[in-house]
Design a protein around this ligand. Structure first.
Ligand code: ASP
Length: 315
């Protein structure tokens, strides 16, 4: 047995120590990923997951999250979930309490969260509201407010919102979804993904983070993988699943991530932005790939005192 390991994408280092504490005590990979991800979702300085996530084009925060287990490929996810600050825990509830389904969206996801006893919160913090307003104002487009009915103004509104989404490329620097992958002492693996999705997305847009095969895949026969970045590309590339398939074919995690990103990079896409991948094998090997130099992922083993960082290979 390789010993417990937990890895995560940029900004996951806030949560990894909580996950490793659980793993060191013999806890499950699922508990570790959920606990680690909740710390990230609750971090008000992080504008891409949970509370303080950046809103959609109408100024409403909508969250996507998923969890997948390696032993039986059980999958639970929520998408376009409003008002609940820890979508990773609602995804877990789908996985455990609603096994006849795998993915709930929007109002249904919120209804289920309420039935499970999760509490609501205002997810749009002053800082994220301010950031949203500033970017919208800078674009000289007013997309605030709501129109109903198919008036000319309504049509103009929709097209301006779409134009806004097209033009507002994410800023440089670490941003995006958080991926966390854990291997526990019993040999079980879990992959978790959480995000507020692309800022200024069309309301109701679901990203790869909630979709098995796209942003999240875990199969104990070969390993687990997850993606951050342009979700529409990893959906079309089946990128997380491709990484795991390549590991099953014998590639090491970093090679497999790079090859899966290279495949997605062949797809035509007018809205292209960076895609990143991260992977862990059942024998504890890990790696990641990104489109840019200097990208890293975070790692803790049972002997770590704090998260360490490892470079991702460059596409
Ligand atoms: N993958 C996310 C999405 O498409 C975006 C991100 O990683 O920031 O929603």
């Amino acid at each position: 047995m390789p010993g417990a390991v937990i890895i995560g994408s940029e900004r996951s280092e806030i949560g990894l120590p909580a996950g490793m504490d659980i793993l060191r005590r013999g806890g499950s990979a699922l508990d570790a990923v959920e606990a680690a991800m909740r710390r990230c979702e609750d971090n008000p300085a992080d504008h891409y997951v949970g509370t303080a996530g950046l809103p959609n084009a109408q100024g409403v925060v909508e969250l996507d999250a998923s969890l997948m287990l390696g032993s039986g490929r059980q999958f639970g996810a929520v998408a376009a979930l409003r008002d609940y600050p820890n979508p990773i825990s609602v995804a877990r509830a789908v996985l455990e309490k609603l096994p006849q389904h795998s993915l709930l969206v929007g109002e249904g996801a919120a209804l289920f969260a309420k039935e499970c006893g999760f509490t609501t919160a205002d997810l749009l913090t002053d800082a994220s509201r301010e950031q949203w307003r500033k970017q919208v104002a800078d674009s000289r487009e007013a997309v605030e407010g709501e129109n109903t009915g198919a008036t000319e103004g309504d049509r103009r509104y929709r097209s301006s919102a779409l134009e806004l989404i097209r033009r507002l490329a994410p800023h440089d620097g670490p941003w995006g979804t958080i991926n966390i992958i854990a291997l526990d002492a019993s040999g079980e693996m879990c992959v978790g993904v959480s995000t507020s999705g692309f800022p200024y997305k069309y309301p109701g847009r679901v990203g790869d983070s909630a979709l098995p095969g796209a942003g999240n895949w875990c199969d104990l026969r070969a390993g687990g993988a997850a993606c951050t970045g342009r979700g529409e590309l990893s959906m079309r590339g089946g990128t997380a699943r491709t990484v795991v398939d390549l590991m099953a074919a014998g590639q090491d995690p970093a090679q497999a991530c790079r090859a899966a990103l290279a495949d997605a990079a062949t797809l035509p896409d007018d809205y292209r932005s960076e895609l990143r991948a991260l992977a862990l094998t059942p024998d504890g090997r890990h790696g990641g790939a990104a489109g840019q130099e200097g990208s890293v992922y975070a790692l803790m083993t049972e002997s770590s005192t704090e998260p360490e960082f490892r470079p991702r290979v460059v596409l």
